[in-house]
Structure formats: C-alpha cells, structure tokens
Design a protein around this ligand. Sequence first.
Ligand code: COA
Length: 234
Amino acid sequence: MITCSVWWATPVEDTAAHRELLTDVERARFEAYRRGEDRRRFLTGRVLAKTVVGRQLGVPAGTVVFDASCEDCDKQHGPPRVPGSDLELSISHSGERVGLAVTAGAKVGLDVETTTRRADDGLLEYTLSPAERSAVAALGDDARTRAFFRYWTGKEALMKATGKGLRIPLTSLTLAPPDQPPGLVSSADPALDAAATRLAPLTPGDGYDAAVAVLTTEELDVTERWWSPATLGN
Ligand SMILES: CC(C)(COP(=O)(O)OP(=O)(O)OC[C@H]1O[C@@H](n2cnc3c(N)ncnc32)[C@H](O)[C@@H]1OP(=O)(O)O)[C@@H](O)C(=O)NCCC(=O)NCCS
C-alpha cells in the first residue's frame, strides 16, 4: 500500500513572511508574473509545499530548497523535487485552488481545474482518445462535461507524474469510462504503463475537479486535507 497526502489551499496573502520563504530564483519567477492572482497562486504553491515538506523532514520551511530543473532548458520551472529525500511532490493551481500531493518513493502527479468551461466538440477532440469520445457520446450535456473534467484531470495528473507533462499528447491515453473505477486503460506513450499506475479522483470543492496519479503497482491510499497558513504554524 502506498499513501498519498493531498493538501488544498486557497491563495495566501502576498506578505513579507510568505515571500521570505522563496529562494532568489523563486522570487524572480514570482516577480515575472504580471497578474497578481498568478503571483499569489505560485507563492501559495511554494509556501504550502515548503511548509508540508519542512514538517515531514523536521526542518524549518525556510530551509527547504527544491530542485525544479526543466528537462528541456536550464530554467527552474519544472516539477519540484526534494534533493536528498525520497519524498515526491506535485503542485497544481487553478482559480482559487492550490493543491499539493506528497508521496514517498513513488512519482506523483496532481491536477486541479476549474469546471466552468463547457466541454464543446473542439475541447473533446483535443483531449479525449477515440474510445473516450465514444464513451461520452451518448451522455447529456451536464454528464458529458462532468466526465470530460474527470478525464482531463486524470490525464494531466498521469502526465505530471511522469515529469513530462503535456509533452505526452492527451489523446495518447485512454482512461476507464465514467461508470467504472478510475484508472489508465491504455497508453500509446511509453512513459506510462497502465499496469503500474494508480489514479484517484479528488474533491477540491464546488466549481473544481481534480485527480492524483501515482506511478506504482501497489494499492493507493489517498488522504485529502485543507491547509491554511495557520494549520501548520507557518
Ligand atoms: C506542467 C504542465 C502540465 C502544467 O499544467 P497546468 O494545468 O497549466 O498547470 P498546473 O497548475 O496543473 O501545474 C503547474 C505545476 O506543475 C509543475 N510542473 C511544471 N512542469 C512539470 C512537468 N514537466 N511535470 C510535472 N509537473 C510539472 C510545477 O510545480 C508547476 O507549478 P509551479 O511552477 O508553481 O511550481 C504544463 O505546463 C507542461 O506540460 N509543461 C511541460 C512542457 C513544457 O512546457 N515544456 C517546455 C519548457 S521549456
């Protein structure tokens, strides 16, 4: 059995105490965001991740330094890793939600999305494999949109768990249909093997959908919690 902790937060205030947790590189990324809401979502991801990881390692949040090297370039905008530890993390943000998933010893991917968009034909074609498109074809509008976000978040979570993200085409994966237990049925991309992945839908609240994926053959046990800066004494 592998355990996975998921933490949900709403964006934190942009305060000096929160900014102090950023390294110089992270501060440069923070400042490069033009929109205040993007800055706060990024800041929240780092404050949340450093607080949770610091607590797990028994060190102050301010001493936690991630390696977020990108596999394509030398920028620090890739998936965050914790050097010298077997902890694996994934961060996702959308609207008023920032999430963090943490596992030990197995790659993890988290995706949260706002569900306000309608799943029109263009979006279905961009996201779903032919088998998935036929699984949603007979559904009414609302049920199709719900199924669409389940597929979308599940696929992004799986892709993020590999560290490749959207370098894997969304349509190369086929997930289980909406009326069956969640999981990867087949992958045309060698980075994902259906037998060695676990997928779980999450509950980030009304207006959002989310999923977490772990690259493992073991059973997956997921716990979701809400976090605020006061929760962990930051
Ligand atoms: C990662 C990716 C799926 C983001 O999707 P999104 O729905 O827009 O955003 P989310 O909020 O869910 O995820 C963003 C987080 O994913 C993480 N991330 C970044 N690259 C990642 C990757 N390749 N794999 C897994 N996670 C990644 C980061 O933690 C990032 O948040 P942060 O920058 O605040 O730390 C998408 O940007 C991607 O596929 N990137 C890789 C491909 C790419 O851009 N290559 C060119 C880089 S030079």
